[in-house]
Ligand binder design. Structure first.
Ligand SMILES: [Zn+2]
Length: 381
């Protein structure tokens, strides 16, 4: 078992890598519990999974931040090797099951052994519901449907995993690519997929900031059900997936059999995206922010109206626009501007005017300052 798991991690993550292992918990008041570890080898990863799975979520960085021990933590992202894309399909729980999940999480706040009998009872109920009510069926079917479609366009099947509870994951592999703005490019691709294939259960939030994203480790046990994260294919029947998750047999995967040609698609798309972003950002710079004596008590509705024009919808206390961020194709206006803050309910970005200028233009504080001083003619901002 041990050797097979190490071999599996070697085939899935490589001989050497730099990844973050995380085991988030619900405990109250625990400064002493170490949540994060750096992992560099499949052996170390195996031992972390062995000691934590079934009790805590076992997560790992989707990407390796370079190869081998990490020298400079602040330069993590620069060394990211983009060789895969991670997608999450998940069902939202309702009613009794959602209550059970909350109850179990609540008990967990006092430790994994607090009222252990009660914890085990709830675990068993969740497990039974997975088996009998086919809780994860819709997510599994959507992932299979997605896999078929993906193969049609990109040459190979993704690797699919059942999550151990109510969802599943897909990993799309390709030759490592150099992307200028991987977060933008990947989140754009993911939101297009969801839209065009109408994937209801696909959770886009995992692709908001994919470079730092962590994902559940294959063959770790889910902390709420005790079921393992196991691979499946488009031909595996639901019952068989669950049986395998109860008693996993470790299968060695060959990534080279899953290499798609998504890499060239991503590179082409990025070129277009960056070009669009440049055009939009130039247009934005043509528009003047409001000239006021001071930005101290700035009404953000005035700021954004000056920048983006007349809002798509205007209400008593807020205005709504089509989201100006280029990676969010916002057909129904979800970019909402209140007096003190903006929030986009589509892509979840929020902040004040300063943060907007920073994020939109990819600027640092100095650049925002210079820009505002220039357009405001030397006024204090
Ligand atoms: Zn948005």
């Amino acid at each position: 078992m041990e050797e097979r798991m190490v071999n599996f991690y070697r085939s899935f993550y490589g001989y050497k890598f730099t990844r973050i292992f995380r085991r988030p918990h619900q405990f109250q008041n625990t400064d002493k519990f170490r949540i994060e570890y750096y992992v560099y080898t499949p052996n170390k990863l195996y031992s972390l999974v062995k000691h934590n799975s079934g009790f805590h979520k076992c997560l790992i960085s989707t990407y390796s931040y370079g190869i081998g021990p990490l020298v400079n933590k602040s330069r993590l992202k620069e060394n990211t090797i983009i060789d895969r894309l991670f997608l999450d399909f998940d069902i939202t729980l309702e009613g009794e099951l959602s209550d059970l999940q909350k109850k179990l999480n609540k008990l967990r706040e006092y430790g994994c052994n607090h009222q252990k009998v009660r914890q085990d009872e709830i675990k068993e109920k969740l497990r039974q519901s997975l088996l009998k009510d086919s809780l994860a069926l819709k997510a599994v079917e959507e992932a299979k449907y997605f896999a078929e479609k993906f193969k049609e366009s990109f040459d190979n099947y993704p690797i699919l995993f059942f999550s151990g509870f109510k969802g599943c994951h897909a990993y799309l592999f390709f030759k490592p690519v150099n992307l200028v703005n991987p977060n933008l490019t990947i989140s754009d691709f993911a939101s297009r997929l969801k839209k065009y294939l109408e994937l209801d259960t696909m959770d886009l939030s995992v692709n908001m900031d994919p470079v730092t994203r962590l994902s559940r480790i294959p063959y770790s046990k889910h902390e709420l059900t005790g079921l393992s994260v196991v691979p499946f294919t488009i031909d595996t029947p639901y019952e068989e997936i669950i049986e395998n998750a109860v008693k996993p047999e470790i299968e060695l995967l060959r990534l080279e059999n899953h290499l798609s040609n998504l890499d060239s698609h991503l590179i082409n798309n990025e070129t277009i995206l960056l070009e669009n972003q440049k055009i939009r950002s130039e247009n934005l710079l043509d528009l003047k922010p409001p000239i006021l004596n001071s930005y101290k008590n700035l009404d953000h509705r005035i700021f954004f109206e000056n920048l983006l024009g007349w809002p798509a919808r205007r209400y008593d206390y807020y205005d709504m626009y089509h989201c100006p961020f280029p990676d969010h194709e916002d057909l129904n206006p979800s970019f909402t501007v209140y007096e003190k803050i903006y929030i986009c309910f589509g892509c979840n970005r929020k902040g004040n005017y300063w943060q907007f200028l920073k994020e939109y233009n990819d600027w640092d504080d100095n650049q925002v300052n210079t820009y505002l001083k220039k357009v405001l003619g030397g006024l204090k901002v």
